[in-house]
Design a binder for this molecule. Structure first.
Ligand SMILES: [Zn+2]
Length: 445
């Protein structure tokens, strides 16, 4: 029952009547976070010095950190006296043993992210916070109460105990690893009469060919962990016959949740997100791609991330008609290092965001279940297509190739590409499925 009341509390969550109400809430939370961090973290005691937070804009006086700085100062940065060596050993052992159960020291969930640049990130989340987070997702996702009881299947790549603890008459939350076989996932959905599926888009796509085996249609699909393209959202919604919404979160925090209108709102009460242009000036207008995304996690005091530069880039949208004053996200452009770089005919370099490139591929044919784009150092492309039906593979390849050539030519780009059809499996090491693999040296040239 406590889970239901927690849920309801979050559904009817603090309504922020205005931008200034949000700002004053953020200022107070930030002040608290900074006081706590200075007291319990040697790193912040040294780097934040005497800077006082009188107004929210004082945040800008604080230094920006990133994953390298965070990892280099791991032991001094966290406030719970954990060392990098100790945590890394625990995380790697869990990874090796495929053992994702349990809390470390009965207090913490340890997250390990392998960044695309190869450097690992370690994240500590206190148990209490982890237990609360599923409700944040659910409550903000605009799931109507008429869908009660919620029988949720949460497909997790990295398991955290908090997600498995819920089994009340109104909400049951069942965990299944994303590595589970499709047949078994379908069996579980049918047996447990699941009405809400929470899973990464790559997993939802895996279920497409088996969608007709689900006995009772799902009420809603909530995706997370990977970018959900607009076209994809429509397609999943058609295939599974239900609403599809997304939440945007990472090891660094819970960035955004979809509202009842299906739009992504930044969780302004959990995290401060600064979007900056190339000169580090704040971007406040919609539809402009940021060059830097800096986050300050207001709720995780175990490992304070204060002005932490993310690899992600997002674009703001116009205010949402649902009435929330939380900023909306038009799209997530994906990881900074997923950007493709091409040589134009005049020799200039043209970058293309993965979301645009994805759209070209997805909209070429209805027969693409999954795909992967690899860009090599000489700017040439290898594109793997995993079709839903294996008929007419050659046609599919031709369709995609001619579409890509057409779109690229508009940018004055000609490029070698090798397009093949093959089965694309999810990564065995449970890491995030990466659709784009761009040679790391390309961006430097
Ligand atoms: Zn909204």
């Amino acid at each position: 029952m406590s889970s239901l009341s927690d849920f309801l509390k979050l559904v009817i969550h603090r309504r922020f009547a205005s931008k200034s109400a949000i700002e004053s809430y953020q200022r107070n939370e930030l002040k608290r976070l900074i006081d706590h961090s200075k007291q319990h973290s040697l790193f912040y005691k040294q780097t934040l010095g005497d800077i006082e937070i009188d107004q929210l804009s004082d945040l800008k006086k604080l230094p920006i950190i990133n994953k390298t700085i965070m990892m280099d100062n791991f032991d001094q940065l966290n406030t719970v006296s954990l060392t990098k060596d100790e945590i890394l050993a625990v995380a790697l052992e869990k990874e090796l043993n495929k053992d994702y159960l349990g809390y470390y020291k009965d207090e913490f969930v340890i997250g390990l992210s392998s960044g695309t640049s190869g450097n690992k990130g370690l994240y500590i989340t206190p148990k209490a916070l982890t237990k609360r987070l599923p409700f944040v997702f659910l409550a903000r996702s605009g799931i109507p109460l008429r869908y009660l009881p919620f029988r949720i299947l949460f497909m997790l790549r990295v398991f955290s105990q908090g997600f498995n603890d819920i089994n009340s008459p109104f909400i049951s939350l069942n965990y299944l690893s994303t590595m589970t076989e499709v047949d078994e996932i379908i069996r579980q959905i049918n047996q447990r009469k699941i009405n809400i599926l929470m899973a990464p888009p790559s997993l939802c796509r895996l279920l497409i060919p088996a969608a007709h085996l689900i006995h009772k249609p799902l009420r809603m699909i909530v995706t997370y962990a990977e970018v959900l393209e607009k076209e994809e959202k429509t397609r999943l919604s058609e295939v599974f016959g239900c609403r599809v919404i997304e939440i945007y979160q990472g090891s660094e925090g819970q960035f955004a949740s979809a509202c009842s209108m299906g739009n992504l709102h930044i969780n302004e009460d959990l995290i401060i997100i600064e979007l900056l242009d190339e000169h580090y000036n704040e971007i406040t207008t919609p539809h402009i791609a940021a060059s830097h995304m800096i986050v300050t996690n207001l709720v995780n005091v175990a490992q304070p991330l204060i002005r932490y530069e993310m690899n992600d880039l997002i674009v703001l949208d116009k205010p949402c008609s649902c009435g929330s004053n939380f900023r909306t996200i038009e799209k997530i452009l994906g990881r900074n290092d997923d950007i493709l770089y091409f040589k134009k005919k005049d020799g200039m370099i043209q970058h293309i965001f993965p979301d645009l490139f994805s759209r070209w591929i997805i909209t070429s044919s209805e027969n693409i279940r999954e795909y992967k784009v690899i860009q090599h150092l000489d700017h040439s492309l290898t594109i793997l297509l995993d079709p839903i039906t294996s008929r007419e593979k050659d046609d599919l390849i031709r369709l995609v190739e001619s579409r890509l050539r057409l779109e690229l030519s508009a940018f004055d780009i000609e490029c070698r590409m090798d397009i093949r059809c093959e089965t694309i499996a999810l990564p065995l090491n449970r890491s995030k499925f990466k659709r784009f693999e761009v040679d790391k040296e390309i961006a430097k040239n």
